[in-house]
Design a protein around this ligand. Structure first.
Ligand SMILES: *[C@@H]1O[C@H](CO)[C@@H](O)[C@H](O)[C@H]1NC(C)=O
Ligand SMILES: *[C@@H]1O[C@H](CO)[C@@H](O)[C@H](O)[C@H]1NC(C)=O
Ligand SMILES: *[C@@H]1O[C@H](CO)[C@@H](O)[C@H](O)[C@H]1NC(C)=O
Ligand SMILES: *[C@@H]1O[C@H](CO)[C@@H](O)[C@H](O)[C@H]1NC(C)=O
Ligand SMILES: *[C@@H]1O[C@H](CO)[C@@H](O)[C@H](O)[C@H]1NC(C)=O
Ligand SMILES: *[C@@H]1O[C@H](CO)[C@@H](O)[C@H](O)[C@H]1NC(C)=O
Ligand SMILES: *[C@@H]1O[C@H](CO)[C@@H](O)[C@H](O)[C@H]1NC(C)=O
Ligand SMILES: *[C@@H]1O[C@H](CO)[C@@H](O)[C@H](O)[C@H]1NC(C)=O
Length: 809
C-alpha cells in the first residue's frame, strides 16, 4: 500500500518535472506561476535562453527591479522594466516582493505585505499563460493563443528588433543609468506623422520644444505622412509612411549576427546599439547611430534647463552623448547629480557699499565658445566690448554678457548652456571676487626641480662654428623630442575649459572636395602646406586644412594621440582644431579659418597697427601660452613661437597655431624642415647648450615677439635701415638702459602717450629674453606683469656673460 502511494507520488513528481521542463523550453508560464524577489530568485527564460523575465537585483542589494534583460551577455542589459503606478517613483521594489501571473489582471506585482504595486491589467479576456518570447517580448495570451498584453506595446526606454511604435506611442528615458524612475526625456510618435524627441517637466509632464524631428509629417498630403516606427528583424529602424515609403533612422548597414537595441538614454540621446552574439570579439555595446547629432546645440527650448541642469554647460563627447560641467564660480546643487543644476558660490549683487565699487567686488570669467542662448533679457547694439562688460558689471541682474553682434545680457538661472564651436562670440560670466580663487597654485613645471613624468632633453649639443649647423641641430631637437608632457592634473575649467575633445574625422576625399582639390593655398609652414576650404558643420564653415608632409611613419597611434591632445585645447587665444584625416600617408589637420592673417603680416606690413591693438595682441599671446604651459590637462611646449605662427581672428584676437605639432615629425626628414621654420631670432640660448629644454624656451620667444610688437620691427633686420642696430634684443636693452625709449618707438605718438605701459612691456620683454632660463619669469608671472597686477622689477642685462648675440650675425 505504502509502496503504491510512493510510486504514485513518484510518477506525479516525474510528470510535474516534465511539465516544468516543457514550460521552460517554450518560454511559457501558466497562470499561477510566480517569482519572489530574493537573492536566488529564478527567472523565466525565453525558449533559447536569450531573454529573461524576473527580478534584477539593484545596486542596493535589498531592492529588485521587475524587468526583462539579455540573459546571454555578461552585463545583462535591461530592455524593459515595470514602472510603478506613479512612474516618477523609483520602480525598484524591496526584497520579498512577488510577481504572479493571474487570470484576470495578468502580471501582478505586490510588496512583501501583499499590497499591489503594479499590474499589467488593461485588457479584455482571461489570461491562460505568459510567454517570454525569444524576441525579448513578454506576451500574455488567452486559451486560443490570442495576445492580450505585450511588453512590446508598453515600451520603457528601449526598443528591440521586431518591435513597432504606433502613432501616439511614447518611449521614455530613465532617470539615470542606474535609477529606473521616469526620466526627463521622451521619444514620441505624433499624430501628424513626426517622430520627435523632447524634454518634459515634472510633475505635469508638460513637453518642451522638440530637439529632434524626423520630418515625416506632410501637411499637404496626409496620405504620405509617417504612421509607424518599425525596428525590423535585421536591425534597421525606419518610419513607415502611409504610402509605403520608408524614412530610415538607421544609417549605413547594420552588422548581422549581433544583438540590436535602440535606447533613449537618460541624457536624452536616442541611440541604436549592437553587441556581438559570439563570445569572441569586442564584447561591449557599440553605437550604430544617434539622434540628435549634437544634443547640446540642438536643444534650445524657451522653457526648461536644457540637456543639463540650470547654469550648467553641456559639451558633446565623441560618442554623441553630452557631458555637463558647472562653470567657474558655480557648484553642483546635488553633488550626486552631475547632470543637474549648478548654483553660484556667491551672491549676485551690485550695490556699491560706498567703500567698494562694483568693479572691486565682481569680475568676469571669459569663456570661449560657450553660450546660453535662451536666457537673454537685454540687447544693446551698436555697443563696444568694453561698454558691454561695464554695463553687465554694474547691472545687479546681469549674470553673463555675450558679446556677439552687439551685447546680450543674460540673467539667472541660465538655461541651455552649451559649448558651441560655431558661436563666434565671447561670453563674460560674472563672479564675485574672493568667492573664487583668482589663481590656482602653480603647477610643477619641467625643469623646476620636481621631475614630472617626462623625457627631458639633456643630450649635449656640440656648438658648431656654423650657425646653420646649429639651427639644424635645434630643429632636430624639437622634432625628435617629446615636448608634450602629460601631467596628472585635474581638468581646469577656466577661461577656455579643458573639456573633452569633439574632433571630427574626415576622409581624404572629403578634404579634397572641401579644398577644391587643394587649390587655394593659404601658406607654407614647417609642416607642410595650408589650404583654404569649406566644410559643412551645421552651416557652411570656412576652414584651413594643413597637409602634413613629414609625419613620423610608424606613428599611427602617436598621431592620433597627439591630435587628441591638440583637440583637447580650448582657449580663445589658440587656433581651434576641428578635425583631422589619417588615411595611409595622408595626414591632415583641419583648423578653423582665421580671417585676418598672421601677426607677421600685421606687424611688419605697410601700416603700423594701433598701440592699443598691439598691446591687446601681446596680452592674448601671453594668455594662450600660459594656457598651453599650465592650464590644460596636458602641458604643451610650443617650441616654435614666432609671428608667422600667430594668427588673428575677426576681432584681432591673437590665436597661436602649430602648437603640439613638433612631436609628429620625423628626425631624418628634419633638415629641410628647420630651414623652413625660420626660427632664427626667436630661439633661446639653451638650445645651443647642454641644458634641458623647458617651457622657458617659449618664454624667450615670447619676449622677442613682445619687443617686436612694441617696436613694430623684426628682431633680426638687416635690410631696411636698421643696419646699425641689426639685433632688436640688444638695441632694446641699450635703449632701456640709456632711458631713450622714444628712440625705440620712433614716431609712435600713441605709445609715447602711454609711457607707463610702454615701459612695463619693455621690462617684461627684457626679463623674458634673459639668457639664463631660470631668470625668465613663468608665463603666469608674465601675464600678471603685463596686466599690471604685479610690479615689474628693473630688468637685468639679458646676456651678462656671453656673446650669445653673435649667433645671429
Ligand atoms: C514569438 O516571436 C515570434 C517572432 O516574432 C513569433 O512568430 C511568435 O508568434 C511569438 N510567440 C508568441 C507566443 O507571441
Ligand atoms: C531615483 O530617482 C528618484 C527621482 O529622482 C528618487 O526619488 C529616488 O530616490 C532615486 N533612487 C535612488 C535609488 O537613488
Ligand atoms: C498624395 O500622395 C499619394 C501617394 O503618394 C498620391 O497618390 C496622391 O496623388 C497625393 N495627393 C495629392 C493631393 O497630392
Ligand atoms: C530590414 O530592412 C532592411 C533595409 O530595408 C532590409 O534590407 C532587410 O531585408 C529588412 N529585414 C527584414 C527581416 O525584413
Ligand atoms: C570595444 O568597443 C568599445 C566601444 O566602441 C570601445 O570603447 C573599446 O575601446 C573597444 N575595445 C576594444 C578592445 O576594441
Ligand atoms: C571693501 O573694502 C574693504 C577695504 O578695502 C575690505 O576690507 C572689504 O572686504 C571690502 N568689502 C567687499 C564686500 O569687497
Ligand atoms: C579682419 O577681419 C574683419 C572681419 O572679418 C574684416 O572686416 C577685415 O577686413 C579684416 N582685415 C584684414 C586686414 O584682413
Ligand atoms: C646708449 O648710451 C651709450 C653711451 O652714452 C651710447 O654709446 C649708445 O649709443 C646708446 N645706445 C642707444 C641705443 O641709444
Amino acid at each position: 500500500m505504502a509502496s503504491a502511494i510512493f510510486t504514485l507520488m513518484f510518477l506525479a513528481t516525474m510528470m510535474l518535472l516534465q511539465l516544468m521542463a516543457v514550460a521552460q523550453t517554450d518560454g511559457s508560464k501558466p497562470v499561477g506561476a510566480s517569482i519572489t524577489a530574493n537573492d536566488d530568485a529564478p527567472s523565466w527564460l525565453s525558449s533559447s535562453g536569450e531573454f529573461a523575465f524576473g527580478f534584477r537585483q539593484m545596486e542596493n542589494k535589498d531592492y529588485y527591479l521587475l524587468s526583462i534583460w539579455y540573459e546571454k551577455i555578461p552585463e545583462k542589459t535591461v530592455v524593459w522594466y515595470a514602472m510603478g503606478e506613479d512612474p516618477t517613483d523609483d520602480p525598484a521594489v524591496s526584497r520579498g516582493s512577488k510577481v504572479e501571473l493571474t487570470a484576470d489582471s495578468g502580471l501582478v506585482l505586490t510588496d512583501p505585505e501583499g499590497n499591489r504595486i503594479w499590474s499589467s491589467g488593461g485588457f479584455l479576456g482571461t489570461v491562460s499563460s505568459g510567454v517570454m518570447n525569444d524576441t525579448g517580448n513578454f506576451v500574455l495570451q488567452d486559451r486560443n493563443s490570442d495576445r492580450l498584453w505585450e511588453s512590446f506595446t508598453h515600451p520603457t526606454d528601449t526598443l528591440l528588433p521586431t518591435q513597432i511604435v504606433e502613432a501616439a506611442g511614447i518611449v521614455s528615458s530613465r532617470r539615470t543609468e542606474t535609477n529606473f524612475s521616469l526620466g526627463r526625456f521622451q521619444l514620441r510618435f505624433l499624430d501628424d506623422g513626426n517622430l520627435v524627441l523632447n524634454a518634459m517637466n515634472f510633475p505635469t509632464k508638460f513637453a518642451y520644444d522638440e530637439y529632434y524631428t524626423s520630418g515625416t509629417s506632410d501637411d499637404s498630403n496626409s496620405s504620405n505622412s509617417g504612421y509607424r516606427l518599425i525596428f525590423n528583424e535585421s536591425g534597421y529602424m525606419y518610419i513607415l509612411r502611409r504610402n509605403g515609403q520608408r524614412s530610415y533612422l538607421t544609417e549605413g548597414t547594420v552588422p548581422t549576427d549581433f544583438y540590436h537595441r535602440a535606447t533613449l538614454n537618460f541624457d536624452g540621446v536616442f541611440t541604436q546599439y549592437f553587441y556581438p552574439k559570439a563570445s569572441s570579439g569586442n564584447r561591449s555595446w557599440s553605437s550604430v547611430w544617434s539622434k540628435p547629432d549634437n544634443i547640446c546645440v540642438d536643444m534650445r527650448s524657451g522653457l526648461g534647463s536644457g540637456v543639463c541642469g540650470y547654469n550648467s554647460i553641456c559639451d558633446l563627447k565623441a560618442d554623441k552623448r553630452p557631458e555637463c560641467n558647472c562653470p567657474k564660480g558655480f557648484s553642483l546643487l546635488d553633488q550626486n547629480d552631475k547632470y543637474g543644476s549648478c548654483i553660484p558660490d556667491f551672491e549676485l549683487g551690485c550695490r556699491s557699499d560706498g567703500l567698494n565699487s562694483t568693479e572691486d567686488q565682481y569680475d568676469f570669467t571669459e569663456l570661449t565658445n560657450v553660450d546660453w542662448p535662451t536666457s537673454d533679457y537685454e540687447r544693446y547694439r551698436p555697443y563696444e566690448e568694453d561698454e558691454c562688460r561695464k554695463s553687465c558689471l554694474n547691472d545687479c541682474l546681469c549674470s553673463v554678457a555675450i558679446f556677439r553682434d552687439g551685447c546680450w545680457k543674460k540673467k539667472l538661472p541660465l538655461s541651455n548652456g552649451r559649448v558651441d564651436i560655431g558661436m563666434n562670440g565671447k561670453a563674460f560670466l560674472k563672479f564675485r571676487k574672493g568667492s573664487v580663487p583668482l589663481d590656482r597654485p602653480p603647477l610643477p613645471l619641467p625643469g623646476d626641480n620636481k621631475k614630472p613624468d617626462t623625457k627631458l632633453i639633456t643630450g649635449s649639443v656640440v656648438l658648431g662654428t656654423s650657425v646653420f649647423v646649429n639651427f639644424v641641430l635645434v630643429g632636430a631637437f624639437c622634432l625628435t623630442s617629446s615636448f608634450i608632457y602629460r601631467k596628472k592634473t585635474e581638468k581646469t575649467p577656466e577661461g577656455g575649459s579643458c573639456l573633452e575633445t569633439n574632433l571630427r574625422y574626415f576622409s581624404y576625399k572629403e578634404l579634397a572636395e572641401a579644398t577644391n582639390d587643394f587649390k587655394d593655398e593659404l601658406g607654407r609652414g614647417g609642416f607642410g602646406v595650408v589650404y583654404k576650404g569649406t566644410i559643412q558643420a551645421g552651416s557652411t564653415k570656412v576652414v584651413a586644412v594643413k597637409k602634413l608632409d613629414r609625419v613620423v611613419q610608424d606613428g599611427e597611434k602617436a598621431f592620433k594621440t597627439e591630435v587628441q591632445v591638440i583637440g583637447q585645447t580650448h582657449h580663445k587665444n589658440l587656433a581651434r582644431l576641428l578635425g583631422f584625416c589619417d588615411e595611409g600617408q595622408n595626414r591632415l589637420l583641419v583648423y578653423e579659418f582665421l580671417s585676418n592673417g598672421t601677426l607677421a603680416n600685421f606687424l611688419f606690413g605697410s601700416f603700423r597697427p594701433s598701440w592699443k591693438q598691439r598691446t591687446q595682441i601681446a596680452f592674448g599671446i601671453a594668455r594662450g601660452l600660459l594656457y598651453l604651459h599650465e592650464e590644460c590637462g596636458t602641458q604643451i611646449i610650443h617650441c616654435d613661437i614666432k609671428p608667422q605662427n600667430i594668427l588673428l581672428d575677426d576681432y584681432y584676437n591673437a590665436r597661436i597655431s602649430d602648437f603640439g605639432l613638433a612631436k609628429l615629425l620625423a628626425m631624418d626628414q628634419s633638415k629641410t624642415q628647420t630651414a623652413m621654420r625660420g626660427t632664427k631670432g626667436y630661439i633661446s640660448p639653451e638650445w645651443f647648450r647642454n641644458k634641458p629644454i623647458t617651457v622657458k624656451v617659449d618664454v624667450y620667444s615670447f619676449g622677442v615677439i613682445l619687443l617686436e610688437i612694441i617696436c613694430c620691427r623684426k628682431s633680426v633686420d638687416l635690410e631696411i635701415g636698421e643696419a646699425e642696430n641689426p639685433l632688436l634684443t640688444d638695441w632694446a636693452y641699450d635703449c632701456y638702459v640709456n632711458g631713450t625709449l622714444d628712440v625705440l618707438i620712433g614716431d609712435d605718438t600713441e605709445a609715447m602717450n602711454d609711457m607707463s605701459t610702454l615701459e612695463r612691456l619693455l621690462k617684461v620683454g627684457i626679463w623674458c629674453i634673459q639668457e639664463e632660463p631660470s631668470l625668465r619669469p613663468t608665463m603666469r608671472k608674465v601675464t600678471q606683469m603685463l596686466e599690471g597686477v604685479i610690479e615689474v622689477p628693473a630688468a637685468p642685462n639679458p646676456c651678462p656673460y656671453s656673446t650669445f648675440s653673435n649667433y645671429y650675425q
